[in-house]
Design a protein around this ligand. Structure first.
Ligand code: PEP
Ligand code: MG
Length: 892
């Protein structure tokens, strides 16, 4: 028999935190807390395999599930002393989703399940509070109708608004028991009218409806989008946790809240959270009422006059503090907790590793090493390399005057400027058109997720630090100011009303997600400083990693930036980029358009000093670190004008007939230029170009060695080699120039000549090519293009379709295709090293900055990765994680 159901509660549990793959994160952690003897309402978890079954069997559940769930409910009845459907002491249930990794707000939840026209009376009687019972019933109907029956919750919100107006009430809390009972009746009528059947009264029917709906919500559009954004496979499925309800809305001694054991924004070691007195479930995160601080210190910090939990419920607060310490020590990580206090009694509803900003993640990791909780290597493993992007967000220059038009909570760090849009759809359109926008909402909901992703920043006027906007923005690394109560959104007229200003759609604002301020217009920004915890972690990462990290840099600006990010040399200098600047393009064109070699040499003589000074500067910046310079690679027509107007303009500037120029451009036209006259083929057709470049490199090496005193060892790289003979030809030419320059200068320069491996033939013949090549650098952009036979310039037209249709998961131009391109890399590395055991192997395609691809490079035993300057920190951390990971594999 398949075990579909695992129970927990009363100090014991089937399963533990280690079982998250089949119990889901929520179910696994509830089981763990129950086993630790913490106060957890009893419950059961239906495993993720049941979700898989559900989708593989036409959305039906396994036959033997029912009996197992009923057994689990019996166990819950035994612990609580209540009965499911019992009309005198009813057991009420919550039904929640729980995937392997948390997907906040993406799937559906039903609370207060088990209420019907009879049990509501009993609940009121037991609680001594009929108002509470009817309020709970109407909440249940509303949630169930929305989640299970597909009736828009707006319908119920409208009824409630109308009735409140009729009764003359402003707040929900003003309604009496009788009034809630009346509203409940209206809700049921609406349901019966729209569906032609009454709201189900049988708790078992309700239960199976809710379980089915939670499984169905795994495939709802927002969950699908979320999974896509976070690379969560659809096969994982969700578990369903059914748990006995506890109530935070039983009057002034009850409450519900969420808390982090450390500050999720800054990482500071202080309990951080929010709660609401007399509230249920989602009230805190929904941002409907502004929540109160948990600790007195946080209340004072925020300047709130609403009392803290520490003040209003000191005993529950003290117990909660003890549980926080216990859980943090147990899991050795910052925890995100949900709790409810029912008439003074604390219940834990959820514990999970807390989501945090990168800044907080780094502080927490560094602090936990200092506290002796984790090792340096564990600290390195705890930072998601891609999240380092967040650190690279600019901040507002503190010296500039700020025109503040509002303020809210500093919900997600970094500053962002953009034009105001009020809907997620507008944000998406703007992003597609390349416009920068700030998404301004009263509050966000999971439906807004695509717009949040597209925006530069998010501003909400309602909700706390744990509101949807705040949690999602932090996860995405997008600056966010939440709950800006000093501002108002007038959606009807598309206006944002701030302090002293009213701004319409399209007006530019800046939000500072680190201070919570909202500023008018665009503001000067500063680049972040990469010191403190970041520097410490990077130092640990550098200690742990085996591969070195170089950068792809063609200009002094890039090279300097890369050095400041810790690059250990240049892995690829694309020399062609140097020919596009200023009047160089003109000289380059002269060279390309020259009639013969003599003409080309005249132009090349003009280019030589320019290249030499470029290289001298790069060598000086890299101060003895390796610098790999690649000979000219692109097809020559890339330097020529394209349209008729451009041709006319260039012709007149060059004092040449437009028609003649047009003929030359036509003559250079190629059908498949990426597979055409480029790479080493240029050096073979026009050796004088390669000679000039080699001369520039060696003369620069001499100059830089004399200037800086550092040993400069240029690595000259030949692109697009497929045949050893190609490399032999170009290498002979380079060696000849080297010899000449050294004789002229009277100085010996060590240098290497190597090749890019970017053609399958080169990979397969690596053992032969290695006889000539002193190093290999995998040009995985071209190697992906040539292995797949997919043009790298045209791939974006259909790769997204392939991804949507599940034909490929990842764009192979972004994340290396391990199976195909990766196999060629392994073959080339192995064969190359067989011929030349000490040869240096690196990667310089875009994949050199992609964490998953870097893990591959570690496993293929490459010596270095090279990536764009801003990805250097990501590569350093990824390389360290890969090294620690592979060391762990060897150990165990
Ligand atoms: C490559 O092909 O991977 C490479 C680095 O060269 P380029 O992108 O310049 O063709
Ligand atoms: Mg290439």
């Amino acid at each position: 028999m398949t075990k579909w159901v695992y129970t927990f509660g009363d100090g014991a549990a089937e399963g533990s935190a280690a079982d998250r793959n089949f119990l889901g994160g929520k179910g696994a952690n509830l089981a763990e807390m129950a086993s630790l003897g913490l106060p957890v309402p009893p419950g059961l978890t239906i495993v993720t395999d049941a979700c898989t079954f559900y989708y593989q069997n036409g959305r039906s559940l396994p036959d033997d599930l029912k009996a197992q769930v009923l057994d689990g409910i019996k166990a819950m009845e035994a612990v609580t002393g209540r009965g499911f459907g019992d009309t005198s002491l009813p057991l009420l249930l919550s039904v929640r989703s729980g995937a392997r990794t948390s997907m906040p707000g993406m799937m559906d939840t039903v609370l207060n399940l088990g209420l019907n026209d009879q049990t509501v009376e009993a609940l009121g009687h037991n609680a001594g509070d009929a108002r509470f019972a009817w309020d709970s019933y109407r909440r249940f109907i509303q949630m169930y109708a929305d989640v299970v029956m597909g009736i828009d919750h707006e319908v119920f919100a409208e009824i409630l608004e109308d009735e409140k107006a009729r009764f003359g009430h402003e707040l929900d809390t003003d309604l009496s028991a009788v009034e809630w009972q009346h509203v409940t009746g209206l809700y049921k009528e609406v349901i019966e009218e729209s569906l032609g059947e009454p709201f189900p009264q049988d708790p078992h029917v309700q239960l199976w409806g809710a379980i089915g709906a939670v499984f169905a919500s795994w495939m709802n559009p927002r969950a699908v989008t979320y999974r896509h954004l976070h690379a969560i496979p659809a096969e994982w499925g969700t578990a369903v946790t059914v748990q006995a309800m506890v109530f935070g809305n039983l009057g002034s001694t009850s409450a519900t809240g969420v808390a982090f054991t450390r500050n999720p924004s800054t990482g500071e070691k202080a309990l951080y959270g929010e709660f609401l007195v007399n509230a249920q479930g989602e009230d805190v995160v929904a941002g409907i009422r502004t929540p109160q601080s948990i600790t007195e210190a946080a209340r004072i910090d925020s300047g709130s006059d609403k009392p803290s939990l520490e003040k209003v419920m000191p005993e529950a607060f003290a117990e909660f503090g003890r549980i926080c310490d216990r859980l943090e020590a147990h899991y050795r990580d910052m925890q995100d907790l949900e709790f409810t206090i029912e008439r003074g009694k604390l219940w834990m509803l959820q514990a999970r590793s807390g989501k945090r900003t990168t800044k907080a993640a780094m502080k927490i990791a560094v602090d936990m090493v200092a506290e002796g909780v984790i090792t340096q290597e564990e600290a390195v493993l705890r930072i998601d390399p891609s999240s380092l992007d967040q650190l690279l967000h600019p901040t507002i220059d503190p010296k500039v005057e700020r025109h503040i038009i509002g303020s809210g909570l500093p919900a997600s760090p970094g500053a962002a400027t953009g034009a105001i849009v009020f809907t997620a759809e507008e944000a998406v359109i703007a992003a597609e058109e390349g416009r920068k926008v700030i998404l301004v909402r009263v509050e966000t909901s999971p439906e807004d997720i695509h717009g949040m992703h597209a925006a530069e920043g998010i501003l909400t006027t309602r909700g706390g630090m744990t509101s949807h906007a705040a949690v999602v923005a932090r996860g995405m690394g997008i600056p966010c100011v939440a709950g800006a109560g000093t501002m108002r959104v007038d959606l009807r007229n598309e206006l944002l009303v701030g302090m002293g200003v009213t701004l319409g759609k399209g007006a530019v604002i800046t939000i500072d997600g680190s201070s919570g301020q909202v500023l008018k217009g665009e503001v000067p920004m500063l680049q972040p400083e990469l010191s403190g915890d970041f520097a410490q972690l990077m130092q640990w990462a550098d200690k742990a990693r085996r591969m070195t990290v170089r950068t792809n840099a063609d200009t002094p600006v890039d090279a300097r930036a890369a050095r400041s990010f810790g690059a250990e040399g240049i892995g690829l200098c694309r020399t062609e980029h140097m020919f596009f600047e200023g009047d160089r393009i003109q000289v380059m064109r002269e060279m390309i358009l020259a009639e013969d070699e003599a003409g080309r040499r005249v132009a090349l003589d003009k280019l030589l000093p320019m290249q030499r000074s470029d290289f001298t500067e790069l060598f000086a910046i890299m101060h003895g670190l390796p610098v790999t310079i690649r000979l000219l690679d692109p097809p020559l027509h890339e330097f020529l004008p394209k349209t008729e107007e451009e041709i006319a303009e260039v012709a007149s500037a060059m004092g040449m007939e437009a028609q003649l120029l047009s003929q030359r451009v036509d003559a250079l036209h190629e059908f498949n230029p990426m597979l055409g006259h480029r790479g080493c083929r240029l050096a073979i057709s026009y050796p004088e170009i390669a000679e000039m470049q080699a001369r520039a490199i060696f003369e620069a090496a001499v100059a830089a060695a004399r200037e800086t005193g550092a040993a400069v060892v240029p690595e000259i790289m030949v692109p697009l080699v497929g045949l050893k003979a190609e490399l032999d030809y170009v290498k002979a030419l380079i060696d000849k120039v080297a010899k000449a320059v050294m004789t002229e200068a009277g100085l010996d320069i060590s240098y290497l000549v190597g090749t890019m491996i970017e053609l399958p033939r080169a990979a397969l013949r690596a053992h032969v090519i290695a006889e000539a090549a002193e190093f290999f650098s995998f040009g995985t952009n071209d190697l992906t293009q040539t292995t797949f036979g997919i043009s790298r310039d045209d791939a974006s037209a259909f790769i997204p379709t392939y991804q949507r249709k599940g034909i490929i998961e990842q764009d192979p131009f972004i994340s290396l295709d391990f199976d195909g391109v990766g196999e060629l890399i392994r073959i080339a590395a192995e064969r190359g090293r067989k011929t030349r055991p000490d040869m240096k192997l690196g990667i310089c395609g875009e994949h050199g900055g992609d964490p998953a691809s870097i893990h591959f490079c570690e496993s293929a035993n490459l010596d270095y990765v090279s990536c764009s300057p801003f990805r250097v920190p990501i590569a350093r951390l990824s390389a360290a994680q890969a090294a620690i990971g592979s060391a762990a594999k060897v150990d165990h």
